[in-house]
Design a protein. Structure first.
Length: 366
C-alpha cells in the first residue's frame, strides 16, 4: 500500500488510484477477497480520520466498491461423525487417565527407593486438558480461545452452566469479547458436567503434588504446571490427535459449526443458537447456518398441509338431507328432559287439529 500510494499527497488520492492499488496488491500478493476487504475497511477508516482532522475534505474510498469477501468453507460433521468423534474423546480420556496413574505408580516406586527427583510439573495434565478442550468444544459451541480462557470460576457444576467472558489469542493474550453478546452463559449437558466434575477433583489432586493449589483462577484446561496452555501447543497436539483418530484436517472451529448445524437441523430455534454462539444478532446466525434449516422444510410442509386439510374438512358443506336430519336430532337434544311430557301432550292436541308440523314433531318425540 505504501509503495503504491506513499509518494502521493493524501489530498490528491483519487478513486481510480485506490482501485488500481487494490488490483496491484491482489496481483502481487494473491491475497484473498476477505483480506482485501479488511484492507479496504482499514483504508476507509484512515481517510475518515483525515476528514475529522481537516486534512482532506472527501474520502476517496466512499465510492470505491469494497472487495467481496470470500465465501467461507464451513465444514460440519454429520451426526454419525459427531458421535464417532465423541467416542474417540471418551476413549482418549480413559487412556490418558490410565497413563497418568501408571506414571504416578512408577514415581511412587522411585520415591520408595529414595531415587525420585523433585517433581515440578505433571506431564499428564497437558494431554488430559487437551482432551477436555475438545469435549468442551463439542458440548458448548465455544471458540478455541474461549475454551482455553475458561477458569473454574467460570464453571458452575451445580447449575450445569459455563460463563464465557474472555478469549485467549494465538499470541497468548487474554481479551474480552468484541461485542456484548460475546459475554454469555451456556448450559452444559449432564454427561459433560459429570466429566468436568471428575476432572476438577483429579486436577486439584495432581496439582497439589507439585505444590500448586487449585483456585477459581485455575484454567480448566491447564498446562503441566497448572497454568494456561498456549494455543500453538494445543494446535500441535490437535494435529496429531485428529489424524490418529480418523479426522485428519478437521479444524477445531468446525466443532462449533457442527453443533450449530445439528441444533438448527433438529428444530432448535435460531435465537437460542444465536445466544449459544455469541453472535450479535440472529441474522448473522441465519447468514452462516441457514443451510441447516431446510432439512426441516418437509416436516414444516407436512404440518401446514395437515392444518389446512383439517380446516377444509370442518368447513366442507355436507349433504342437505344429512344436514336436515342432523338439525332435527340436535333440536331434539336441546329440549330439557323434564319438559318432554308437557311438550308431547300439547303436541298431540295440536296434531288432532291438523297442525302438520306439530304432528311431525309428535312423531319424532314419540
Amino acid at each position: 500500500m505504501e509503495r503504491h500510494l506513499g509518494n502521493v499527497p493524501v489530498k490528491d488520492i483519487t478513486i481510480q488510484m485506490v482501485e488500481q492499488t487494490y488490483a496491484a496488491i491482489r496481483k502481487e500478493t494473491g491475497l484473498s477477497g476477505t483480506s482485501m476487504n479488511q484492507i479496504h475497511t482499514l483504508l476507509k477508516n484512515v481517510f475518515e480520520k483525515g476528514i475529522d482532522y481537516d486534512y482532506i475534505y472527501r474520502n476517496p474510498c466512499t465510492r470505491v466498491t469494497a472487495p467481496r469477501r470470500d465465501k467461507p468453507n464451513r465444514r460440519a460433521l454429520t451426526a454419525e461423525e459427531d458421535t464417532t468423534l465423541l467416542t474417540a474423546v471418551d476413549e482418549s480420556e480413559a487412556e490418558a487417565f490410565k497413563s497418568l496413574e501408571e506414571k504416578e505408580a512408577r514415581r511412587a516406586y522411585r520415591e520408595k527407593l529414595g531415587i525420585a527427583k523433585e517433581c515440578r510439573f505433571m506431564r499428564g495434565l497437558h494431554d488430559i486438558s487437551c482432551i477436555m478442550a475438545v469435549r468442551i468444544g463439542l458440548a458448548t459451541d465455544q471458540r478455541r480461545g474461549e475454551v482455553f480462557a475458561l477458569t473454574w470460576g467460570d464453571v458452575d457444576l451445580d447449575e450445569d452452566t459455563t460463563h464465557v467472558g474472555h478469549n485467549v489469542t494465538y499470541q497468548d493474550v487474554v481479551k474480552t469479547p468484541k461485542t456484548d453478546s460475546g459475554v454469555r452463559t451456556i448450559a452444559i449437558d449432564p454427561t459433560t458436567v459429570e466429566h468436568l466434575s471428575m476432572w476438577k477433583d483429579r486436577q486439584a489432586e495432581e496439582l497439589a503434588k507439585i505444590c500448586v493449589k487449585q483456585t477459581d483462577e485455575t484454567p480448566v484446561c491447564c498446562s503441566s504446571t497448572g497454568g494456561r496452555i498456549r494455543i500453538d501447543n494445543f494446535s500441535h497436539w490437535w494435529g496429531i490427535w485428529r489424524k490418529e483418530h480418523g479426522f485428519d484436517g478437521l479444524r477445531f472451529h468446525e466443532l462449533r459449526h457442527t453443533q450449530a448445524t445439528l441444533l438448527l437441523a433438529n428444530g432448535v430455534d435460531v435465537k437460542t443458537v444465536q445466544t449459544r454462539l455469541g453472535h450479535a444478532s440472529a441474522s448473522i446466525t441465519l447468514d452462516w447456518y441457514a443451510h441447516a434449516i431446510p432439512q426441516n422444510d418437509h416436516a414444516a410442509a407436512t404440518m401446514l398441509g395437515n392444518l389446512l386439510n383439517s380446516k377444509q374438512e370442518e368447513d366442507e358443506p355436507k349433504d342437505p338431507q344429512e344436514n336436515a336430519a342432523q338439525t332435527q336430532e340436535e333440536s331434539f337434544r336441546l329440549l330439557p328432559h323434564e319438559n318432554l311430557p308437557k311438550v308431547t301432550a300439547k303436541s298431540r292436541q295440536k296434531a288432532r287439529r291438523g297442525h302438520t308440523k306439530t304432528g311431525q314433531l309428535v312423531q319424532l318425540v314419540s
